[in-house]
Design a protein around this ligand. Structure first.
Ligand code: NAD
Length: 295
């Protein structure tokens, strides 16, 4: 069984940069591919800032931070990932895009290389079938922010071999994560339960049940959640949530997964949450201010 030492990461947005950070910190040579140098520069700066906070809090030695940063390399060429033992994909939630990258890599990577998707809602089978390595294809679903959230869902699809599942589960542990096994059913465990809750919170805004901060406060203080659903939506990204809801609605045809019109309007307006500076809250000011959505 080949040890996983070289990790490829496709995409360095919110999730890919976090995955790259934990892989490099765990001692893996980590090669990250995104579409432009501007994007990696932002990702690298974010990783440096996050590692710096771990050092400040005494959770990471400064020398280990420096070593982690040295293990990180960025590229715009997918083909550069051909020598990796595992490739974790965290690009935009779009099956066609993901499969075009998998097809390219399938022809280049060694037989032992595991392909792992961080998709939130697509079925792993739909990606595995685009390659000749359905037995070495798995879902590795991390949570945001990756360096802080302990859970990884390890998703076994109908073609995943026992060995691939075991190696992937062990890999999640070497990253310092707590893996759980999940079946290849759209949304896996967490999003199957979480997405309808988040969409219901948007429906509550649409219905005027409460203001945005009061809905957040109610769920924090009434249910003991660490943050309210609308704040969480801004963290996850409204564009990503919209795509996830569309995919899950298409899969299950259940109203609970249907994206509410307000979500669609906000995404059309480019209000994607924290990453774009505005969502339910405006992040250009500190503390963030509630946005008047006119509803
Ligand atoms: P994001 O929009 O922050 O990042 C996506 C990245 O993919 C961008 O940097 C983009 O430039 C890059 N990209 C697009 N086309 C590419 C290509 N051809 N090659 C390489 N990179 C490319 O999105 P995200 O929130 O990081 O989500 C990424 C994946 O992770 C999605 O599948 C999403 O469902 C999943 N996910 C998201 C969350 C979350 O909380 N946001 C949690 C778990 C899983």
């Amino acid at each position: 069984m080949t040890e996983i030492r070289r990790v490829g990461v496709l995409g360095c947005g919110l999730m890919g940069s976090g995955i790259a950070q934990v892989a490099a910190t765990a001692g893996c040579d980590t090669l990250v591919r995104d579409v432009s140098k501007q994007i990696w520069e932002r990702a690298r700066a974010g990783i440096e800032k996050s590692l710096g906070k771990f050092v400040e809090k005494g959770k990471l030695a400064a020398a280990d931070r420096d070593a982690a940063l040295r293990r990180l390399t960025f590229t715009t060429a997918t083909a550069d990932l051909k020598g990796c033992d595992i490739v974790v994909e965290a690009v935009t939630e779009d099956l066609e895009l993901k499969n075009s990258l998998w097809k390219e890599l399938d022809a280049l990577c060694a037989a032992h290389t595991i392909f792992a998707s961080n998709t939130s809602s697509l079925t792993i089978a739909a990606m595995a079938a685009a390659t000749q390595r359905g037995d070495r294809f798995v879902g590795l679903h991390f949570f945001n922010p990756v360096p802080l959230m302990p859970l990884v869902e390890v998703v076994r699809t109908v073609t995943t071999s026992e060995e691939t599942f075991r190696r992937s589960f062990a890999f999640a542990k070497t990253l310092g994560k707590e893996p759980v096994a999940a079946k290849d059913s759209s949304g896996f465990i967490v999003n199957l339960l979480l997405v309808p809750y988040l969409l219901d919170a948007i429906r509550a805004v649409e219905r005027g049940v409460g203001t945005v901060p009061d809905i957040d406060k109610a769920m924090q203080l009434g249910c003991g959640y660490p943050m309210g659903p609308l704040t969480l939506l801004d963290f996850v990204g409204l564009d990503t949530t919209y795509k996830i809801a569309e995919i899950m609605f298409g899969e299950y045809r259940e109203q609970r997964y249907a994206p509410p019109p307000l979500l669609k309007r906000m995404v059309i307006a480019g209000m994607n949450g924290r990453k774009s500076g505005r969502g339910f809250y405006d992040y250009s000011v500190d503390p963030p201010r509630v946005v008047d959505l006119g509803v």
